[in-house]
Design a protein around this ligand. Structure first.
Ligand code: HEM
Length: 454
């Protein structure tokens, strides 16, 4: 069986392109080979990429038995652990998903809104006025505190600070993209980058195990996700082992904050560059009142469209992958067992057939429209679709809305080209998007809303 054609360059060079310039590289491949092509990436079998919605539908229709995402996600195992929901396939995956889904159901979001707003408010008050800072770091602090509070129910104090600090350290060390490559994963007694990352990870695990044991011993329960997981029973009536809980908790901490923080940073990157769009979005939020409630922000159609458009234009994660467990016909190609297939979120989101002027940031394209899950899929799809989708969108809208109503942000270097850097599997604006902030000077009642001039 022959695979669809693709760039005939050494695997290491493709991997370099994939790490350093993924989006231009994907565009070059698509313009040369069309909708479907094959690339070689270090640590993976050949990867056949799809972006045509019909082919994406075929991939997402699989029940998880033939197309294994866990096998594709292996490079994240050192961070998340072998028992993480992201790492397993088949029945084991479905069982874990069932365990994790209830706290992320759309209806539960309101109960998290107050914490999201309170944490954002506190962070905003602590930011420097008039001095440049990296917005991505601020977004990370907010989303990390939100997820720590939601997952562990710890509100403040030394235990909270400890979990936040150690999780940050692990993620900083783990963000270096070469660590995704199997041959970079050697510990050298704690002296290599991987060794330092593993040592930090062990420290953070110690805290997590302590918390699991403490809760089991004291029987302390709350409205947090850990409380639900501690008591959740599987079909045999067994509660999860602490090692399994550790992996799921780390997965939620990691998957649940860096992604959302990055999506938010991209949203600001475009809004601050387009004063007219900024003014429209701010006007829509201002129409909700001087201090809209978290739920009112989350219900704003314009904020929803802005969050989705940011995730469309530059998806935080460029693709979702699966490995074939048996031969399969996909996109008109007979593919053998063992190869990888991936849906390119980026290329699908840039298809002119699905999106007019696809390279432009225009939230209004989402107003009053529901796009097909095979054309717009920043959260992946099928039986593997992101568990935290409703949570992430809810949080993005609250944070976006609060910043728009309370402060004026400006790009620290207006007009300067803003590149993209990879942090592990996510793609972030260069230098974390340097901005300056000042308290918002509200316009007099009859004036239109103030637009920061860059
Ligand atoms: C803007 C923010 C986010 C983006 C762009 C994002 C994106 C994704 C993507 C692309 C996948 C892979 C889906 C696939 O393979 O088809 C995924 C999976 C996952 N995400 Fe998210 N995510 C975000 C936020 C969150 C949050 C807030 C949480 C939890 C609090 C979360 C938890 C997970 C989990 C547990 C999985 C594994 C699902 C499975 O394998 O069944 N994510 N996410």
């Amino acid at each position: 069986m022959t695979l669809p054609a693709g760039p005939r360059i050494p695997k290491l060079l493709t991997t370099w392109n994939w790490i350093r310039r993924p989006y231009p590289f994907l565009e070059e491949c698509a313009s040369k080979f069309g909708d479907t092509f094959t690339i070689g990436l270090a640590g993976l079998p050949p990867v056949v990429l799809f972006s045509n919605p019909e082919h994406v539908r075929e991939v997402f229709s699989d029940d998880g038995e033939t197309l294994a995402a866990g096998a594709f996600n292996r490079s994240l195992a050192p961070l998340l652990g072998d028992r993480s929901v992201l790492m397993v396939d088949g029945k084991s995956h479905l069982r874990k998903r069932k365990l994790l889904l209830p706290p992320f159901h759309g209806e539960r979001m309101q109960s998290y809104g107050a914490a999201m707003a309170e944490i954002t408010e506190r962070k905003l008050a602590s930011l420097p006025r008039g001095r440049p800072f990296a917005l991505h770091e601020v977004m990370q602090d907010i989303t990390l505190e939100v997820i720590v509070r939601t997952v562990f129910g710890i509100v403040e104090g030394p235990r909270f600070d400890d979990v936040v600090r150690r999780t940050k350290r692990v993620l900083e060390l783990g963000a270096w993209p070469p660590l995704l490559l199997p041959f970079m994963q050697f510990e050298a007694k704690g002296h290599s980058p991987y060794g330092r990352f593993k040592a930090a990870s062990a420290e953070s695990d110690r805290l997590i195990y302590e918390e699991i044991r403490r809760r089991r011993q004291t029987g302390e329960r709350g409205k947090d996700i850990l409380s639900l997981l501690l008591d959740a029973k599987d079909e045999n009536g067994e509660v999860p082992h602490e090692d399994e809980l550790r992996d799921e908790l780390v997965t939620l901490l990691v998957a649940g904050h860096e992604t959302t923080a990055t999506g938010l940073t991209w949203a600001f990157r475009w809004l601050l560059d387009q004063p007219a769009t900024f003014a429209d979005v701010r006007a829509a939020v201002d129409a909700l009142g001087a201090k809209p409630s978290p739920d009112a922000l989350a219900k704003s159609e314009m904020l929803d469209a802005t969050a989705r458009e940011a995730l469309r234009l530059v998806p935080v994660i460029p693709l979702v992958g699966r490995i074939l467990q048996k031969p399969m016909r996909l996109g008109g190609h007979e593919l053998p067992a063992g190869v990888a297939v991936a849906c390119s979120i980026y290329l699908a989101h840039r298809r002119a057939a699905a999106f007019e002027r696809p390279a432009e940031f225009d939230p209004t394209r989402f107003l009053g429209k529901k796009l097909s899950a095979h054309e717009f899929f920043p959260f992946g799809g099928g039986v593997r679709r992101c568990i935290g989708m409703a949570f992430a969108l809810y949080e993005m809208k609250i944070v976006l809305g609060m910043l728009l109503t309370q402060v004026d942000l400006r790009l620290a270097h207006p007009g300067r080209e803003i590149g993209m850097v990879r942090r592990s599997i996510t793609l972030t604006p260069e230098e974390g998007l340097r901005v300056t902030l000042r308290d918002r000077r509200r316009p007099a009642a009859r004036e239109t809303s103030a637009v920061p001039a860059n």
